[in-house]
Design a protein around this ligand. Structure first.
Ligand code: ATP
Length: 340
């Protein structure tokens, strides 16, 4: 959808977001607990965590919809802590499209510019650019209820970007859409974000979505930051059991180490040269995932999940109690500094 989209003529000066000592309570319960955080200009930054951990509250504080109890938020060297949303150069896209139902697609996109009393030629040029970008030129005169969910969310994106924000805030923007549309739209958002080099902060429940689009991920739990890192750092070097278990699947071994399912292989014989650990386990259950099987092996308290391409397994060997020789790649053991 982006091929013909011209990058804005004047690149804005890039500004990092710096958050210091941010806290927020509702009814005496602290839901954001003294958060310090830096988000680099141009980064795609996702906030992940279980329901109720404070993700949306944090995003709303950044957008200016909620006031924090303490702490400061800087955009570049400007303190924006007490600025109302319309003076922040941030723009938010919500899960529910929040379009004006009585306005056409064209007028929805034009709305922020009309509010700013921009010149009508300028508005027309900018709205048409946006319509082209989201490939909805043909639908300009339709009302939102005449569009699919994915198309409506594209209009929301256009309406957010027509304002040329410095920061784009996404609050579960894809969660109301079905899987195929979601995947397409998340790729579009990612391409657009990279093209514009637009600092983007997204709240999501969906770890696959976060891994696929983000430069960095922050995992939160009960109002606190559990870990911030690149997608690879978060997946390959989780610092706590919580993060390891929250992002992806993990096996906890009896010896105290952990390993991701893809680093356990099924082998036919013990390789005496290998430094890897080989163990014999009985299968307890399995799931057919299409291209692969997820196999579950049990040995006392230890439950091992292993993912194996279907082509590697003869279906007749899949029965409860069937024995498999497993090789655990020691190079991919994960050991935690803390057992949080
Ligand atoms: P979810 O993934 O379910 O959307 P979340 O991580 O985004 O959750 P928040 O919406 O930030 O969580 O809510 C954090 C906590 O603050 C929750 O316990 C919630 O009930 C509470 N909360 C949020 N907004 C308000 C409010 N306006 N008044 C009172 N409590 C609130």
């Amino acid at each position: 959808m982006l091929d013909n989209f011209k990058i804005r003529e004047v690149q804005l000066e890039k500004k990092d977001i710096v958050i210091k000592g941010l806290s927020k309570s509702f009814d005496g319960v602290q839901v954001i607990k003294n958060i310090d955080l830096e988000i680099k200009a141009g980064e795609f930054f996702s906030i992940l965590g279980p329901s109720g951990c404070g993700k949306t509250t944090l995003l709303r504080i950044l957008a200016g919809f909620i006031e924090s109890d303490s702490g400061v938020v800087y955009l570049g060297d400007k303190d924006i802590t007490n600025l109302p949303p319309n003076l922040r150069s941030t723009n938010t896209i919500f899960q529910k499209y929040a379009l004006f139902p009585h306005l056409t697609v064209y007028e929805n996109i034009a709305f922020p510019l009309r509010m700013k009393k921009m010149d009508s030629d300028y508005i027309d040029t900018e709205v048409k650019k946006m319509l082209k970008m989201i490939e909805l030129e043909e639908h300009a005169s339709k009302k939102p209820n005449q569009l699919s969910g994915g198309q409506q969310q594209r209009v929301s994106i256009a309406r957010a970007l027509v304002n040329k924000p410095e920061v784009l805030l996404l609050d579960e923007p894809l969660s109301a859409l079905d899987a195929k549309v979601r995947e397409k739209l998340r790729n579009d958002i990612k391409m657009l974000q990279k093209k514009l080099n637009l600092t983007t902060i997204m709240v999501t429940h969906d770890q696959e979505e976060a891994l696929s689009v983000s430069d960095k991920i922050m995992v939160m739990e009960s109002g606190k930051i559990m870990q911030v890192g690149t997608t690879r750092e978060i997946y390959e070097k989780p610092q706590s059991l919580f993060v390891a278990d929250f992002i992806g699947k993990i096996n906890f071994l009896n010896d105290g180490s952990s390993i991701r399912p893809e680093h356990i292989k099924i082998v036919s014989e013990v390789d005496t040269e290998s430094e890897n650990k080989t163990i014999m386990r009985e299968i307890e259950s399995w799931e057919y995932l299409g291209p692969s099987y997820r196999l579950f092996f049990k040995n006392n308290k230890e439950v091992l999940k292993v993912e194996v391409p279907c082509s590697m397994i003869d279906e007749k060997n899949l029965y409860v109690g069937s024995k498999f020789l497993l090789e655990l790649d020691r190079n991919h053991y994960i050991n935690f500094d803390s057992r949080v």
